[in-house]
Design a protein around this ligand. Structure first.
Ligand code: NA7
Length: 544
C-alpha cells in the first residue's frame, strides 16, 4: 500500500467534521466529551429523540440495573460523582435515563447531537481517507473518523413466528417500549422470553395484570437482586469512597464490585460450601455469579454443585413442584448464560393470575389476530410483550451498511466470525473506531466504555501530536488478537451453551450456530494488552 500517493488528497479535502459518532448512549456521550477536549469537531447521529441509548430504548416495566448503581455511573467527572445521588442500590431505568440527561445537560452535549437520525450507511472514501455517512433520510455527511457507539445489545429481534404482524391487540418489544405508560390492570397479557429482560418484566407485570401467561422456551438460573433504597449514611459513604470503588472495579475480572473467590469448590468441606453459597445467595447483585468459587464456570462438577444449590432454592420458593421443575434449567449449568437478577420472580408463579407455558414442549406455532396458538392450545390476549432479546454483539453493525476499502462490507468481512484488533479497529476499515464492539471486555459495561473511549482518544491524541490522520490495524495484529479472543474462550462452560453471549439467536438468519464475538478474558488483561500497544507507540497500526 502506498500511503504517500493518497496524502495530498487527504490533506486538501474539506470534510464536514473531524469525527462522526454513531449513537448517543453512554459511549457516544463520553466520546463526544473527549473529542471536544482534543479540539476536534464532532457530530453524533442518534436514532432516538434523546440521549441514553440502552436506557433510552429499554423502558419496559421493571427495567433496572443489575450492577450496583454507584459502580455503573460515569467515573470521569468528580463533580458529577459528588452531585448525583442514586436512590437505590440498583437504580430503575427512569432514574438512569434522568442521570444520563443530567450528564448531557452538564456537559452541554446536545448541541453536537442530531436526534431522529438513524445512520443507514457509512462508506470509507479511499481518495480522501475519510468517511461518508448517509442517514436514513438520505442526507450525507463526511468526516475524517467514524466512531461507532452503537452498543452490544441494541438490535432488538422479534420471533420468527408466522403472524407477528397480525395481532390486533397491543404488542411491544421490550427494547422498543412506548414512552407512555402501559396499563395492564385487568388485561390478559403474554410475555414471550425469560432472559434477564423477561424476568424483570414478568415480575413487574404480574403485580397488576388481570392474567399473565409466560411463554418460556429455556428456563434460566435466576438469583435474588436484593435491591433496596440507599440510606443517607450509605450515600455519604458512597460519595467518600468513589476512588476506592473505581479502583476495585479496575482490579476485578469483569469490572464489577464482585470477583471470583480464590478457592476451588472442592477445597472446602460440604458444610463450608453450602454456607458460602447461602452467603452469596443473600448478597445483592452478581456476587453469586462472578464472586463464586473460582472454578464455577470451568469445572463441570463444581458447576453442578452450585446448579443443584440454586435448583433447591427454586423448589423451596415455588409451591407447585411441577412448575418448579419447569423453571429449573436442564440443558445448561448455573452461570453459563447471563444470570437474570430477580425480585420475587419465582413467587410470581405461586400467584393465581400467572400461568407458565413450556414453549419448548408446546411450541408457539403462530401469532393470531387475537392471541397465540401453540401446538396444544389457543390463547387470547389483550397485550403481547416480546422479551425476545437482541441480535447481540455484531447485530447493530450488520444493520448499517458499513463499507471499508474497495467497497468491502463489514458484514462480509465478518462472515466467518468477527475479526478485530482489540475490539476497536478492523483492518480494511481505516479510521473507524468501535466502542464496545465485538471482542472487547463487556462486564460492567460503563467501565468498559470509559476504557474504550479513553484508548481511542489516546490514539487520536497521539496522531495529532505526530501530524497523522490515518489509522488502520495491521492484518497480522488483527489475526493475533482474534486468535487470542478465541483462545480465551477455551475451557469455559459458557461457550458450550447457546445464548446471545455465544452469538446464537434463533430469530436471525445465519446465527443458529455458536461463534466467538465476546472477549472472555479478564478486563485487567484486556486493558494491559491495549495499554501496551499505546505505550509502544501503536506498532500494530499503520499510522500516517
Ligand atoms: P435474551 O437473554 O437473549 O432472552 C431472550 C428470551 O427470548 C429467551 O428466553 C429466548 O428463549 C426467548 N425467545 C427468543 N425467541 C423466541 C421464540 N421465537 N420463541 C420463544 N422464545 C423465544 O435477551 P434479554 O433481552 O432478556 O437479555 C439480553 C441482555 O440484555 C441481558 O443479558 C442483559 O445483559 C441485557 P431461548 O433462551 O432462546 O430458548
Amino acid at each position: 500500500m502506498s500511503l504517500a500517493t493518497t496524502e495530498p488528497a487527504a490533506a486538501t479535502t474539506t470534510l464536514d467534521y473531524d469525527a462522526i459518532v454513531i449513537g448517543a448512549g453512554m459511549s457516544g456521550m463520553y466520546q463526544l466529551i473527549r473529542l471536544r477536549e482534543l479540539g476536534l469537531s464532532a457530530r453524533v447521529f442518534e436514532a432516538g429523540t434523546g440521549v441514553g441509548g440502552t436506557w433510552y430504548w429499554n423502558r419496559y416495566p421493571g427495567a433496572r440495573f443489575d450492577s450496583e448503581s454507584y459502580s455503573y455511573g460515569f467515573s470521569f467527572d468528580e463533580e458529577l460523582l459528588q452531585e448525583w445521588e442514586w436512590s437505590e442500590h440498583f437504580a430503575p431505568q427512569p432514574e438512569t435515563l434522568r442521570y444520563l440527561n443530567h450528564v448531557a445537560d452538564r456537559h452541554d452535549l446536545r448541541r453536537d447531537i442530531q436526534f431522529r437520525s438513524p445512520v443507514a450507511a457509512a462508506h470509507y472514501q479511499e481518495a480522501s481517507r475519510s468517511w461518508l455517512v448517509t442517514l436514513a433520510d438520505g442526507s450525507r455527511h463526511t468526516s475524517r473518523y467514524l466512531i461507532t457507539a452503537i452498543g452490544a445489545l441494541s438490535a432488538p429481534t422479534l420471533p420468527r413466528i408466522e403472524g407477528v404482524d397480525s395481532f390486533r391487540g397491543q404488542a411491544f418489544h421490550t427494547a422498543k417500549w412506548p414512552h407512555e405508560p402501559v396499563d395492564f390492570a385487568g388485561k390478559r397479557v403474554a410475555v414471550i422470553g425469560t432472559g434477564a429482560t423477561g424476568v424483570q418484566t414478568i415480575q413487574e407485570v404480574a403485580k397488576t395484570a388481570g392474567h399473565l401467561t409466560v411463554f418460556q422456551r429455556t428456563p434460566n438460573w435466576c438469583t435474588p437482586l436484593h435491591n433496596r433504597p440507599i440510606t443517607p449514611e450509605e450515600q455519604v459513604r458512597i460519595k467518600a469512597g468513589y476512588d476506592e470503588l473505581f479502583k476495585r472495579c479496575a482490579e476485578t475480572f469483569a469490572c464489577f464490585l464482585h470477583t471470583a473467590d480464590p478457592r476451588g469448590t472442592f477445597e472446602v468441606t460440604p458444610e463450608e460450601r453450602e454456607a458460602f453459597y447461602e452467603q452469596l445467595y443473600a448478597t445483592p447483585g452478581f456476587a453469586i455469579w462472578v464472586g463464586n468459587f473460582k472454578d464455577t464456570l470451568t469445572d463441570r462438577a463444581a458447576n453442578k454443585e452450585i446448579s443443584e444449590f440454586v435448583a433447591r432454592k427454586i423448589r423451596q420458593r415455588v409451591k407447585d413442584p411441577r412448575i418448579a421443575d419447569m423453571l429449573i434449567p436442564k440443558d445448561h449449568g448455573f452461570g453459563t448464560r447471563r444470570v437474570p437478577q430477580e425480585t420475587h420472580y419465582y413467587e410470581v408463579y405461586n400467584q393465581p393470575n400467572v400461568t407458565l407455558v413450556d414453549s419448548k414442549a408446546t411450541p408457539i406455532q403462530r401469532i393470531t389476530p387475537t392471541g397465540i396458538t401453540t401446538s396444544e392450545a389457543d390463547y387470547a390476549f389483550d397485550i403481547i410483550i416480546y422479551a425476545t432479546g437482541f441480535d447481540a454483539l455484531t447485530g447493530a453493525f450488520d444493520r448499517i451498511d458499513i463499507r471499508g476499502r474497495d467497497g468491502l462490507a463489514l458484514k462480509q468481512k465478518w462472515a466467518g466470525g468477527a475479526q478485530t484488533f482489540v475490539g476497536m479497529l478492523v483492518q480494511d476499515f481505516p479510521n473507524m473506531f468501535m466502542l464496545l464492539g465485538p471482542h472487547t471486555a463487556l462486564g460492567n459495561i460503563p467501565r468498559s466504555i470509559e476504557y474504550n473511549v479513553e484508548w481511542v482518544s489516546g490514539l487520536l491524541r497521539h496522531m495529532q501530536a505526530h501530524g497523522q490522520t490515518f489509522a488502520e490495524a495491521r492484518p497480522e495484529a488483527m489475526r493475533t488478537w482474534t486468535e487470542h479472543v478465541i483462545a480465551c474462550a477455551e475451557g469455559l462452560l459458557t461457550f458450550e451453551v447457546d445464548s446471545w453471549m455465544t452469538g446464537v439467536n434463533s430469530n436471525v438468519e445465519g446465527k443458529q450456530t455458536r461463534s466467538i464475538a465476546r472477549y472472555a478474558g479478564s478486563a485487567p488483561a484486556y486493558r494491559a494488552w491495549c495499554d501496551d500497544v499505546a505505550a509502544k507507540g501503536y506498532p500494530d497500526l499503520v499510522l500516517d
